[in-house]
Design a protein around this ligand. Sequence first.
Ligand SMILES: CC(C)(COP(=O)(O)OP(=O)(O)OC[C@H]1O[C@@H](n2cnc3c(N)ncnc32)[C@H](O)[C@@H]1OP(=O)(O)O)[C@@H](O)C(=O)NCCC(=O)NCCS
Length: 164
Amino acid sequence: MARDESSAALIREYRPSDMAPMHALDAVCFPPDVAFSRSELKFFVSHQDFITRVAESDGGMVGFAVGRLVAPASAHVLTLDVAPAARRSGIGTALMEVLHAEFRRMGAEASFLEVDVANDAARRFYEGLEYRYLELLPDYYPRSDAFRMMRPLSAPPGPAEPQA
Ligand SMILES: CC(C)(COP(=O)(O)OP(=O)(O)OC[C@H]1O[C@@H](n2cnc3c(N)ncnc32)[C@H](O)[C@@H]1OP(=O)(O)O)[C@@H](O)C(=O)NCCC(=O)NCCS
């Protein structure tokens, strides 16, 4: 559990009481034919290869992210949701940084995700986190195409060497 300095949100592990607000937030963030069902979300949080992290502010959920290890060296971001009123305050970035750290801890060397070609906000967001476009996935979503994106998970820079 950690309070992220840049976003002022608490990033913590999932707990069972999060299921209802997670499901409600996903329905706000995505159209009905793209949002996850409650049973899909329940599968994610119960599976050991999945990582779910929640962003909390003033005791309420303002975001969550779900990722998973898909192969020994690869990880996949399944969803990232930030409540509309809490956007542009660093919460999405804080959630992704925690996911990336967990992916590295599990041995992943690269993180993959899909983003709707029309989702300009998410595309700018992921570009800023150094994700790069790999390929176009036609008809990936019910009514639109997606881009697959990837970023290497090289270790974050450590402290500078002390000067002699
Ligand atoms: C995409 C999303 C997760 C971003 O979350 P967020 O908490 O607002 O992101 P941050 O505050 O950490 O933004 C970091 C940077 O990303 C970029 N960014 C984020 N939203 C943006 C937008 N609407 N337009 C342009 N750039 C944007 C900016 O560079 C931003 O830095 P800045 O605010 O200093 O300019 C959020 O908009 C969201 O939940 N959208 C709906 C669900 C969704 O599309 N999820 C991703 C699916 S693949």
